[in-house]
Design a protein around this ligand. Structure first.
Ligand code: F6P
Length: 536
C-alpha cells in the first residue's frame, strides 16, 4: 500500500487482526449495533470482520483521496467511467433509479425504449400473441448465451421458479460450447414448439452462435419450417442480428453502455420474464433501485457496498487474504457464486490502473463459494483449519421458501454456527479438556481451531425478486467502490481476448484431417495437439 491513507488502513486492519475478533467484541460488546447496517430490505452484519473505527476512518480518508464522491456521481450521471472503451456504465439506469440522472438525454431515451420494448414483448407473450409460425403456443424456450448473457437469467429462472408463480413456458439456459450441455436440453424440448433466444451483447460470441447453428440443425432435422421466425435476439448489436436474418420485431436491443456482466437488468433476462411474468422482474428492479439509492446517497462511513469493498481491499492487501468465499444458505441461490465470480473478477481482475500505471495492489479477491450446508461437508475444513485466511460471506433468508418441517431451522442454525465457529475457534487447551488429555497431545492439537476468521452475514426476510435485486445491486456497487479505491476501470474485460484469439488459430489443428502443428506454436501446445490428433 502506497498512500498514507492506504498505510493507515493497513495498520488499522492489521492491529484489529492482532487483537482478534473475540478481543474486539470484548472491547466493545456493541459491535453488532456499530457494524451492522440495513438497506433495501437487506441486513448486513459486518461485526465479525476486522472492522474498527480506525479502519473506517482510514477508509473515509482513502475515499476522499480517490475522489469517491465524484466517481460515484460520474457513474450515476452516465459519464464515461469505462475509459478504455469510452463508455459510461449505465446498468443502474436500467432499473429506474438512475435514468433521471443520465445527463445524455438520447441515452436516457434509449434506456427507456429498451425497457418499454421488453415490457411490451412480455405483455404480448402473456396475451398469447407470440406464437409459432403455425399459430401454436410455444411450450419451451431455449436461451443461448454465455457469461453475462446466461448467468443472470439462469439464476432468475431458478429463483422466480421457486416462488410458486404460474409458469408460462419451460425456460432452459444453455451456455457452454460443449454440446454435452445442449443435447439434454434439446431432448426435453419439442422442436416445433420451441422459442429460441439468442442473447449476445456483441452478437459475435462463438459459443452462442455455434449453439444457435446446432439448434437450427436440430429443428431442420425434425422438419421444422421457418426456423428463424422462431428466434429472438437480445443484443446491443442489432445490425448484426439483422444481418443474421432476424427482423426488428424479433430483436430486443439494449444499450452498448450496459456491460455484459451487468446486463441481468436488460432483455437478457427475457427467459425469466416470459416464464414467470413481468411483475416479478419489476419487483427485482425495485429492490435494486432501493440499493442504488442507498449507495448513491450515503456517505462512505455508512455506505454498505463501500464498506464491503474497503474490507475486500484491506484483507487482500494488508492481511494477504486475497480470496473471498460466499455461501448462500439457500439452494435457490446455487448459481450466485458463479454469478459473483464473473461480476467481480471479470470487473476488477486488473493489473494496471485506469491511467495505465502498474497496479501495486492486489485487485479483485478470488471469488468462490457454494451453498450451505453442502459446502460444510467439503471446503469448510479449509475455512476453519486451513493455513489460508479466507473472509467468508453467509447469505440467508430468515423465512423459508417451503413449508417443510424443521429444515429451515436446521439450515439457519448451521449458518449462524459456522460464522460463530470461524470467529471463536477452539483453543488447544479447550480441545484437550474435552478429550481428557493434555494440550501437547497431537489429537488435541488437530482438534483445535485457530478462530479469528472473518465473516459477513447478509440476511433477508425472504428470498423474493426484490431481495435478489437488492443483493445483486449491492455486489455491483461493491465492485465499483473497490474499483475506485484501486484506481482501476472495472468496466472493460480485455483479459478475455488473448485466449479467444489464440483459440481461432488452433481450430484448424482440431478439424478432421488436420495439418501438423506449426513450429510457431509453443512446444507444450504442439505436444498436446499431437496427442489429441493421435487419439482422433
Ligand atoms: O467472456 C467475455 C464476455 O465478453 C463477457 O463479458 C460476456 O458476458 C460474455 O463474454 C458474452 O458476451 P456476449 O454477450 O457479447 O455474447
Amino acid at each position: 500500500m502506497t498512500s498514507s491513507s492506504y498505510s493507515a488502513l493497513a495498520t488499522a486492519v492489521t492491529n484489529a487482526h492482532k487483537i482478534s475478533l473475540e478481543g474486539l467484541f470484548a472491547e466493545d460488546a456493541s459491535r453488532p449495533e456499530h457494524f451492522s447496517f440495513e438497506a433495501a430490505g437487506l441486513f448486513f452484519d459486518f461485526s465479525k470482520l476486522h472492522v474498527t473505527r480506525a479502519v473506517l476512518d482510514a477508509g473515509v480518508a482513502l475515499a476522499s483521496d480517490m475522489d469517491f464522491d465524484a466517481a460515484r456521481r460520474a457513474l450515476f450521471s452516465g459519464a464515461i467511467v469505462n475509459t478504455t472503451e469510452s463508455r459510461p456504465a449505465i446498468h443502474a439506469a436500467l432499473r429506474g433509479a438512475g435514468d433521471s440522472l443520465l445527463t445524455d438525454t438520447a441515452l436516457a431515451e434509449e434506456v427507456k425504449a429498451a425497457g418499454a420494448a421488453l415490457k411490451a414483448f412480455a405483455a404480448a407473450f402473456a396475451a398469447g400473441e407470440i406464437k409459432t409460425p403455425d399459430d401454436e403456443a410455444y411450450t419451451s424456450l431455449i436461451h443461448l448465451g454465455i457469461g453475462g448473457s446466461a448467468l443472470g437469467p439462469e439464476m432468475l429462472v431458478e429463483v422466480f421458479g421457486s416462488l410458486g408463480l404460474p409458469k408460462a413456458i419451460d425456460a432452459h439456459v444453455v451456455s457452454n460450447i460443449d454440446a454435452s450441455a445442449l443435447v439434454p436440453v434439446l431432448d426435453r424440448c419439442d422442436p416445433e414448439r420451441t422459442l429460441v433466444v439468442l442473447a449476445s451483447k456483441s452478437f459475435s460470441t462463438v459459443e452462442t452462435l455455434t449453439n444457435a447453428a446446432t439448434v437450427e440443425a436440430w429443428m431442420a432435422d425434425a422438419g421444422v419450417e421457418q426456423i428463424r421466425a422462431r428466434m429472438v435476439a437480445v443484443t446491443a448489436a442489432p445490425q448484426k442480428a439483422r444481418d443474421f436474418g432476424l427482423p426488428d420485431a424479433q430483436i430486443l436491443a439494449f444499450p452498448e453502455s450496459v456491460g455484459g456482466r451487468y446486463s441481468v437488468w436488460s432483455a437478457v433476462s427475457v427467459p425469466a420474464v416470459l416464464a414467470y411474468g413481468y411483475d416479478a422482474f419489476a419487483a427485482f428492479f425495485d429492490g435494486a433501485a432501493a440499493m442504488d439509492t442507498h449507495f448513491k446517497d450515503t456517505a462512505p462511513s455508512g455506505n454498505i457496498p463501500f464498506m464491503a469493498a474497503l474490507m475486500d481491499l484491506a484483507y487482500a492487501n494488508a492481511l494477504k487474504a486475497d480470496s473471498r468465499a460466499t455461501f448462500a444458505y439457500d439452494d435457490r441461490l446455487a448459481l450466485l457464486p458463479a454469478y459473483l465470480q464473473q461480476l467481480e473478477t471479470e470487473s476488477n481482475g486488473k493489473h494496471v490502473t485506469a491511467s495505465g500505471a502498474p497496479l501495486d495492489l492486489i485487485s479483485s479477491p478470488v471469488v468462490w463459494g457454494g451453498v450451505g450446508t453442502d459446502a460444510q461437508h467439503a471446503v469448510f475444513q479449509l475455512l476453519h483449519q486451513g493455513s489460508h485466511l479466507v473472509p467468508t460471506e453467509f447469505i440467508a433468508a430468515s423465512k423459508p421458501g417451503h413449508p417443510h418441517g424443521n429444515h429451515h431451522q436446521l439450515l439457519l442454525s448451521n449458518c449462524l454456527a459456522q460464522s460463530a465457529a470461524l470467529m471463536r475457534g477452539r483453543s488447544v487447551e479447550q480441545a484437550a479438556e474435552l478429550l481428557g488429555t493434555t494440550p501437547s497431545d497431537p489429537v488435541a492439537i488437530a482438534k483445535s481451531f485457530p478462530g479469528n476468521r472473518p465473516s459477513t452475514t447478509i440476511l433477508m426476510d425472504r428470498l423474493t425478486p426484490s431481495a435478489l435485486g437488492a443483493l445483486l445491486a449491492f455486489y455491483e456497487h461493491r465492485v465499483f467502490a473497490l474499483g475506485v479505491l484501486l484506481g482501476i476501470n472495472p468496466y472493460d474485460q480485455m483479459g478475455v481476448e488473448l485466449g479467444k484469439e489464440m483459440a481461432k488459430g488452433l481450430e484448424a489443428y482440431l478439424a478432421p484431417d488436420p495439418p501438423a502443428p506449426s513450429q510457431a506454436l509453443d512446444a507444450s501446445t504442439r505436444a498436446l495437439l499431437k496427442k489429441i490428433q493421435g487419439a482422433a
